[in-house]
Design a protein around this ligand. Structure first.
Ligand code: SF4
Ligand code: SF4
Length: 308
C-alpha cells in the first residue's frame, strides 16, 4: 500500500467514527516545542501560569513509542454533559462543558483506530500529549478564536482534541504553517464582552490565563478573592465565551441527559477530598458526565456553583 493510500485509509477510518483529522511530519515537533517555549519566556504569562503550562511529561514521547515520523491530530465533537445533584429534596443541575466527558477514553479510542489501520502496514501508533491546540492550528485542523480556544470546521469549539505519533512516513501533501485566527474575530467582540473575568483582552491575543475561570477551577490553588460567586456556573471549566460565539451557532451544542445523583451520593460528592472513594455506580455516572477528575476540585467547584 502506498503512503498516500495508507493515510487515506487512516483518515477514512477516523472520519467514519466522527473524527476530523490531519497528519503532519514529526519533524515539526521541534517547532511545536519552540512555539511553546516562546510563549513561556515571553513574559506575558505570570510565573504560576507558565509553570502550569510548561511541557508536561506527556509531551515527551513514551519509551515504547515508535521512532516518530508522523503525528496524527484529531478532533471529535463532544456534548455538554450535566450532573443533577439532590440537596435537601431539591434537584440542582450543573453543566459540564464538552471535552471533559471522555477526556481519557476518547483519545485512547482515536489511537486504537489509527493503530489498527497502520498495523496492517507494519507500523505502530502511540498516544502523546503535546500542546494540542497549537498542534491542531499548525496542522490546519483548527483556527484560534479571540478567546484562545481552538475551533474546528463543522464542530466549532465543542470538541475534544487528541494526538498520536507513528513510525509511518507522512504523506507528501502534509501541511504545517502559522496558526490562523478565525476571520470573524476581526469584527466580533462577543466573547470579550461575555467573559465575566476580563480574561480576554482586546489589546493582545494571548488570553489572560490567570483570570480565566477554566484555569482557576482546574487549579488546586484557592479561588482568588476577586472571583465573584455568581461567576461559577459549571462543575469545571467555563462556557461563557463559547456559548455566545457565532462560530458555534451552526455546529450547535449537543446536550446529554443529566446524570442523577441521589441525596447520599450528592453529599459524598460535595464533601469529597483527596482520599474520597465512591461506589462503582457513582464512579460510572461521574465518568459519564465528565466529573471523573480530581474529586476534591470537583467538590470545591460544585460547592461554589451551588452556593453551598
Ligand atoms: S465570539 Fe467572536 S471574537 Fe470571540 S472567538 Fe467567537 S467569533 Fe471570535
Ligand atoms: S472560559 Fe470563561 S473565564 Fe475563560 S475566557 Fe472564556 S468566558 Fe472568560
Amino acid at each position: 500500500m502506498s503512503d498516500a493510500s495508507l493515510w487515506h485509509t487512516v483518515m477514512a477510518a477516523l472520519q467514519e467514527r466522527g473524527w476530523h483529522a490531519r497528519v503532519v511530519s514529526a519533524d515539526h515537533l521541534d517547532d511545536l516545542r519552540a512555539r511553546l517555549q516562546r510563549v513561556l519566556t515571553s513574559g506575558e504569562l505570570p510565573d504560576e501560569v507558565a509553570n502550569e503550562v510548561a511541557p508536561k511529561p506527556g509531551f515527551r514521547l513514551p519509551d515504547d513509542a515508535p521512532a516518530p515520523r508522523s503525528v496524527v491530530v484529531a478532533a471529535l465533537g463532544r456534548p455538554l454533559t450535566q450532573a443533577t445533584l439532590t440537596l435537601g429534596g431539591t434537584e440542582r443541575t450543573i453543566p459540564v462543558p464538552p471535552h471533559y466527558a471522555g477526556y481519557h477514553t476518547q483519545p485512547a479510542e482515536m489511537v486504537r483506530i489509527v493503530a489498527e489501520v497502520l498495523a496492517a502496514a507494519g507500523h505502530g501508533a502511540t498516544r502523546f500529549d503535546p500542546p494540542l491546540k497549537t498542534l491542531a492550528a499548525c496542522a490546519g485542523l483548527a483556527r484560534y478564536g479571540r478567546n484562545n480556544i481552538a475551533y474546528v470546521a463543522g464542530l466549532g469549539s465543542y470538541h475534544e482534541l487528541a494526538a498520536c505519533v507513528t513510525d509511518a512516513p507522512p504523506p507528501a501533501d502534509a501541511v504545517w504553517g502559522e496558526p490562523q485566527v478565525l476571520a470573524r474575530c476581526m469584527s466580533c467582540v462577543a466573547c470579550l464582552r461575555a467573559c465575566p473575568t476580563g480574561a480576554i483582552d482586546g489589546d493582545r491575543f494571548l488570553l489572560r490565563t490567570e483570570r480565566c475561570l477554566t484555569y482557576l477551577n482546574e487549579s488546586e490553588a484557592p479561588f482568588p478573592d476577586w472571583v465573584r460567586p455568581e461567576w461559577h456556573t459549571c462543575a469545571v471549566g467555563c462556557l461563557g465565551c463559547q456559548q455566545v460565539c457565532p462560530e458555534n451557532v451552526d455546529p450547535g451544542l449537543t446536550v446529554a441527559a443529566p446524570e442523577h445523583f441521589d441525596e447520599r451520593e450528592s453529599a459524598a460528592i460535595l464533601a469529597a477530598d483527596k482520599n474520597a472513594s465512591f461506589s462503582a455506580a457513582t464512579r460510572t455516572k461521574l465518568e459519564r458526565c465528565g466529573l471523573d477528575y480530581s474529586a476534591e476540585l470537583i467538590a470545591r467547584n460544585l460547592r461554589a456553583a451551588l452556593g453551598v
